[in-house]
Design a binder for this molecule. Structure first.
Ligand SMILES: NC(=O)c1ccc[n+]([C@@H]2O[C@H](COP(=O)([O-])OP(=O)(O)OC[C@H]3O[C@@H](n4cnc5c(N)ncnc54)[C@H](OP(=O)(O)O)[C@@H]3O)[C@@H](O)[C@H]2O)c1
Length: 250
């Protein structure tokens, strides 16, 4: 992997734990990690897997290795088959311990329907309990199963208040948040003013068709301006790290 921006003094393999370190000045930082084709598709045949590659997986693992919580929408969990908890990785163990973090990030699934498989290893075999973010009027039988399977965070009624949920996670000492999508959840995180950073992997392929973009839903009014912070490259992929403009820089 090569770092292109900022230009390093020497052409050495960048240390992703350093490049993507969470800022130390704040107790809450929400970064999103998404992959898109060069023509902006966030899905290939309905999933993101076809857009990915080894280089992209390297960044994906690094970002997971640094986070306290991985926030993900229920449709992504259902379509991408999120069945496993995040794996504690030797590479990040010392760093996490020094930062007072759990051995791996907890996955937090947001869902109002609770149409989720609470018997999956994601819930039953998680070293760090999986969190379900939901609403007080979720189907009571499903809510009971969710509560038995892990931690439940009730964030309002009807539709979960994403800002409240993120703030609650941060207040409980889990403020290094990584949003892995999907596009509807990510747009909502941006809309409620909680997106600080976008990590985008630009996959070297063109798809055309009618796939979703990395944010979907009603337009953001006004649009959210971004500032380029870092650019990496490997295997034809570009990896951008954009900060939402006017946030304090890391
Ligand atoms: N390119 C990428 O990097 C990337 C990343 C992730 C996903 N994807 C792709 O994106 C697609 C899925 O994304 P999506 O945008 O359709 O769905 P999504 O954002 O993953 O999930 C939407 C679902 O999450 C729950 N949800 C979201 N916000 C909520 C809120 N405020 N309150 C309560 N529940 C909430 C609801 O679940 P319930 O229906 O259970 O109530 C909602 O139906 C898949 O094709 C996936 O492969 C691509």
């Amino acid at each position: 992997m090569r770092q292109l921006i900022p230009r390093p003094n020497r052409d050495v393999e960048p240390d992703l734990a350093v490049v993507y370190a969470y800022p130390g000045h704040t107790r809450r930082w929400v970064r999103a990690n998404m992959v898109a084709s060069a023509d902006g598709a966030a899905q290939a045949e309905g999933k993101s897997g076809g857009l990915s590659g080894e280089a992209d997986k390297k960044v994906f693992r690094a970002l997971r290795g640094l986070a306290d919580v991985i926030l993900v929408g229920a449709t992504t969990v259902r379509t991408e088959g999120y069945r496993q908890p995040a794996t504690p990785r030797e590479q990040y163990a010392r760093l996490r311990e020094a930062a007072g973090q759990a051995p791996a990030a907890a996955i937090a699934v947001i869902s109002a329907s609770l149409e989720l498989d609470f018997d999956a290893p994601l819930y039953r075999e998680a070293a760090v309990p999986t969190i379900t973010i939901t609403v007080s009027d979720a189907p009571p039988d499903r809510l009971a199963v969710a509560q038995e399977a892990g931690e439940v965070l009730i964030a309002g009624t009807g539709r979960a208040d994403v800002r409240f949920a993120i703030d609650r996670l941060a207040a409980s000492g889990r403020g290094r948040i990584l949003c892995e999508g999907g596009p509807h959840l990510l747009a909502e995180v941006a809309r409620v003013g909680r997106l600080d950073e976008l990590c985008l992997a630009l996959s070297p392929q063109l798809l055309a068709g009618h796939a979703m973009r990395i944010l979907d839903g009603p337009p953001l009014e006004p649009p959210l301006p971004l500032t380029l912070h870092t650019l990496l490259a490997e295997d034809g992929f570009l990896f951008t790290r954009h900060l939402v403009t006017n946030r304090a820089t890391p």
